[in-house]
Design a protein around this ligand. Structure first.
Ligand SMILES: Nc1ncnc2c1ncn2[C@@H]1O[C@H](COP(=O)(O)OP(=O)(O)O)[C@@H](O)[C@H]1O
Ligand SMILES: [Mg+2]
Length: 365
């Protein structure tokens, strides 16, 4: 049997996307198939740039096309990220996903997670922005090595600053002295957040990551009134004492109808030079928080001095040392989070109940 366009197309369409557990054909993920002799070019559109299913789809496509008689397979991947619900009043309708990074507690690594997540998503190919809404201690400017005052080209919208290809806005850019941040309360805070979402020229973004201050009551409440966010990522550390505050922020999200996309356990363990895993802060915090939130534990990020050193140096470790173990943990977080967003948003697109496909792939989670 010789390889035909139809044969190649149906072989590819039957591949099951490991993230949604549905065949590529049913999901409209196969965008183009060209067969020239025994060479196949195909374009597959993923639901996110960082999709954990990409490698498995690639391997399966090679396998089924070779079986169908192809001698050369060239695949192009693109991504069309799902969009949160956007109403007429939305302050930033061109931003597909708004993700809150939060925790009841300070010092657990919210800003570190927000900055590295931003860069991991960007490095996977997505268009990403980060909004530092921590009025008490804006640290994104330091972590991303950006300073300066945003300018307005038209007197209406504010241009965000940019570094490493991501758009950055911080309350810190507007303060002469970061210590004055403490007085930003109530109406000023509401106004500032509104401006940051509405008047900052974010352009078209796949993800806007918001680094929230600890004890996020005010900010989360304001946000939930102004915008339909995709959801929240809760950051915790492994020890029991951190949990009470983390539980409070989870319940607050639940009360405000902010979906919890998952939990990140930061400073989970420390690998000593002889390769032993030390759980210096205890264990179980991430799992307990995830259970309480009825959400997945998306990542366990090790304690690694590279994180602090590069954070202080203005280049997050994901960018500075992308092949390090800790950078890989952040990369995996980006994959799992974007898969979770795909699933959560697909549900509102009419459901993606798992189907038993004939060529069911291993789930990479
Ligand atoms: N996984 C980690 N390993 C080592 N240091 C970390 C890690 N995560 C965070 N840190 C460091 O801990 C400090 C607090 O982190 P930060 O992200 O500012 O916390 P938060 O935003 O929750 O207050 C920073 O100095 C940061 O570099
Ligand atoms: Mg912070």
């Amino acid at each position: 049997m010789s390889l035909t366009q139809d044969l190649a197309k149906s072989a590819l369409e039957a591949i099951v996307d490991p993230v949604t557990q549905k065949p590529l054909g049913a999901l409209g993920m196969l965008k183009r198939v060209d067969v020239a002799g025994t060479t196949v070019h195909a374009e597959i559109e993923l639901f996110s740039h960082a999709s954990s299913g990409r490698e498995a789809i690639e391997a399966e496509a090679e396998r089924v096309l070779t079986q169908a008689g192809a001698t050369s397979v060239e695949l192009t991947f693109s991504a069309n990220v799902r969009t949160r619900q956007v109403t007429g009043e939305d302050p930033c309708p061109d931003v597909k996903n708004v993700i809150l990074v939060m925790s009841g507690k300070g010092g657990v690594g919210k800003s570190t997670v927000a900055a590295n997540l931003t860069l991991a998503l960007h490095r996977a190919g997505a268009r990403v922005g980060i909004l530092d809404a921590d009025i008490y201690g804006p640290s994104v400017p330091t972590m991303l090595g950006v300073q300066g005052r945003p300018v307005s080209a038209d007197g209406k919208s504010i241009e965000p600053l940019e570094r490493f290809g991501v758009k950055i806005m911080s309350i810190g850019f507007l303060l002469d002295d970061p210590k004055t941040a403490v007085v930003w309360r109530g109406p000023m805070l509401h106004g500032a957040l509104q401006q940051f979402l509405q008047d900052v020229h974010w352009g078209k973004l796949d993800y806007l990551i918001l680094d929230l201050p600890p004890g996020t009551g005010d900010v989360a409440l304001t946000l939930s009134q102004k915008i339909k966010v995709t959801g929240a990522v809760i950051v915790t550390t492994p020890q029991e004492v951190a949990l009470m505050d983390v539980y409070k922020s989870i319940s607050m999200c639940q009360k405000l109808n902010i979906p919890i996309l998952g939990v990140v356990e930061n400073m989970s363990y420390f690998m000593d030079p002889s390769g032993n895993r030390n759980e210096i802060f205890g264990r179980g915090g991430g799992e307990k928080a995830a259970e309480f939130a009825k959400a997945p534990l998306l990542a366990q990020i090790p304690m690694d001095s590279l994180v602090r050193e590069w954070g202080d140096n203005g280049t997050p470790v994901v960018q500075a040392q992308p092949t390090s173990t800790v950078a890989k943990a952040f990369k995996e977080l980006a994959e799992r989070l974007s898969d979770k967003i795909t699933l959560a948003l697909n549900e509102s697109y009419g459901g993606v109940a798992p189907t038993e496909g004939p060529k069911r792939l291993k789930i990479l989670r």
